[in-house]
Design a protein around this ligand. Sequence first.
Ligand SMILES: Cc1cc2nc3c(=O)[nH]c(=O)nc-3n(C[C@H](O)[C@H](O)[C@H](O)COP(=O)(O)O)c2cc1C
Length: 185
Amino acid sequence: MDALKALHERVSAPRLSAPPPSGEVLANIQKAAFRAADHGRMRPWRFLVLEGDGLHALGELFVRAEQANNADLSDKERQRAQAKPLRAPMVIVAIASPQVSPKVPEIEQLISTGAAVQNMITAAYAQHVGAIWRTGDYAYDRTVMAGLGLSEEEKIVGFLYLGTMDFTPPPAPEALISEYFQSWP
Ligand SMILES: Cc1cc2nc3c(=O)[nH]c(=O)nc-3n(C[C@H](O)[C@H](O)[C@H](O)COP(=O)(O)O)c2cc1C
């Protein structure tokens, strides 16, 4: 797909099925992360790619996170948490790994990691792969972060759900560009 078409038309796909992206298609998505604007080319990120057992293990972590807040978790609540990562056949956990730098503040490194995720979802769309960037409370939960092996400095920027679109998502609403871009002064 033409780059501008993907940039202008990308939409999220909330319902995703197998198969996940693989081979060159997946490699193209991963490679796109590395063209995010990145002050000092620090590559302040890392990514965990989860499929199959990995998704079940993430579900278990979500359950443990719920249990840490509520010892009397009902079966329904447990199942709900366990099933969350199974909404796609692949989840990529995008982790910001900020480094101490005299030149590049932490916030810029977090933004770069977000830009890397944006590049990945656009690269997915350009190849007709469904994608949605999710966070939710689990992204900021210490049980989940520790279970995924994050260091104290690291942060989850997103869970990138990837797979085959169950249906073609409707086009994005037209943006009122002139409301957001104004000449100055
Ligand atoms: C940092 C971040 C976190 C998000 N977290 C969620 C989420 O947890 N659940 C969700 O449904 N959408 C979430 N979204 C929004 C979707 O990824 C998506 O952008 C939104 O539904 C609009 O759809 P569109 O991408 O087709 O315009 C998040 C977006 C960002 C940038």
